[in-house]
Design a protein around this ligand. Structure first.
Ligand code: IPM
Ligand code: MN
Length: 354
């Protein structure tokens, strides 16, 4: 038996998480799902975005499935009570320092990509590995009044140890893929980036079978659009990874397709779609549940070693897309538009047990 904490959160979170839970239940009867509150939902119930109860639930679980947090209702909360704080808290609490964001094109969706067909036609398969426990997200910050007005500071901090552990994750993953790591930094300007680059260099020798290249983040932002198929594994800091992964996500047609895993050194992980809470479409049965469902597949593979079941889910997603079913965000001519619930049902029904 494995215990999964389900933190649906806000906006479209609950409807997409339900679909992912149904899919997980259909491939394995041994999961016990327990719901916990996070984000705005937790602020409403407990007055804080990441209650102790939720942390305890996660600690007693083998994996976390998360929907999304945030929404306009909580936008005026003071910074320590913003829904997003919960996500940062969870990542830190469980030392989930490596955020894996696979950017993979699905052949039936090539025409939904904003890039020209010939750029994406051969298929894109990039793994963005974003450092998730350090950098400007967690460095000291301050706001103070000055005679000239207000002064606000955020600080980008990285230690050698933090860079080393994410570098090892990147090299190890590249080894199982095409064997290339692109490390993205801004070493022409930032001291923390110079340390980043030196540290990657110092570790590269342990992985002679992997090619390491360095790229400045501005150049990388451009290359992702111009020639995405040149990348295999991209490893970068917390802030650059946040931005580059949203940019890269649309190459696949919609951010609604992209799953993610946040892991540390063990098998415990947090799995969530890359997209946000989309409050404008919440409760309307239009959100795309595929990112959540593919996140569940990543959970099976990464936390539970259930490769066969993970592949069966991914294959079902492929089949459903091939048959022409689309949620609104990926709709195109000649396809059949379905809602969140129906997309979930279709994927479940197309899972082939072997
Ligand atoms: C993400 C999100 C979060 C981040 C926000 C909601 C705090 O944008 O997971 O990419 O910036 O990490
Ligand atoms: Mn983001």
């Amino acid at each position: 038996m494995s215990r999964i904490a389900v933190l649906s959160g806000d906006g479209v979170g609950p409807e997409i998480c339900s679909r992912a839970v149904e899919v997980l239940s259909s491939v394995c009867r041994d999961f016990v799902f327990t719901e916990g509150l996070i984000g705005g939902a937790a602020i409403d119930a407990y007055g804080c975005p990441l209650p102790e109860e939720t942390i305890r639930l996660c600690r007693e679980s083998d994996g976390i499935l998360l929907g999304a947090v945030g929404g306009p209702r909580w936008d005026r909360e003071p910074s320590h009570r913003r829904p997003e704080k919960a996500l940062l808290g969870l990542r830190k609490e469980f030392e989930l320092f490596a955020n894996l964001r696979p950017i993979v094109t699905h052949a039936p969706l090539i025409s939904s990509s904003p890039l020209r067909k010939e750029i994406v036609a051969e298929g894109i398969d990039i793994l963005i590995i974003r450092e998730l426990n350090g950098g400007i997200y967690y460095g000291p910050r301050e706001r103070k009044e000055d005679p000239s007005g207000c002064v606000a500071t955020d600080t980008e901090i990285y230690t050698t140890g933090e860079i080393e552990r994410i570098a090892h994750t990147a090299f190890r993953m590249a080894r199982k893929r095409k064997g290339k790591v692109t490390s993205v930094d801004k070493a022409n300007v930032l001291e923390s980036s110079r340390l980043w680059r030196e540290t990657l260099e110092s570790i590269a020798g342990e992985y002679p079978d992997v090619i390491l290249e360095h790229m400045y983040v501005d150049n990388c932002a451009m290359q992702i659009i111009q020639d995405p198929s040149r990348f295999d594994v991209i490893v970068t800091n917390n802030m650059f990874g946040d931005i580059l992964s949203d940019e890269a996500s649309v190459i696949t047609g919609s951010i609604g397709m992209l799953p993610s895993a946040s892991i540390g050194t063990g098998t415990f992980g947090l799995y969530e779609p890359v997209h946000g809470s989309a409050p404008d479409i919440a409760g309307k049965d239009t959100a795309n549940p595929i990112a959540a469902i593919l996140s569940a597949a990543m959970m099976l593979r990464v936390s539970f070693g259930m490769m066969k079941e993970a592949r069966a889910i991914e294959e079902a997603v492929r089949l459903v897309l091939e048959k022409g079913y689309r949620t609104r965000d990926i709709m195109s001519d000649g396809c059949i538009q379905v809602g969140t619930e129906e997309m979930g049902d279709l994927i479940r029904r197309n899972i082939v047990a072997d």
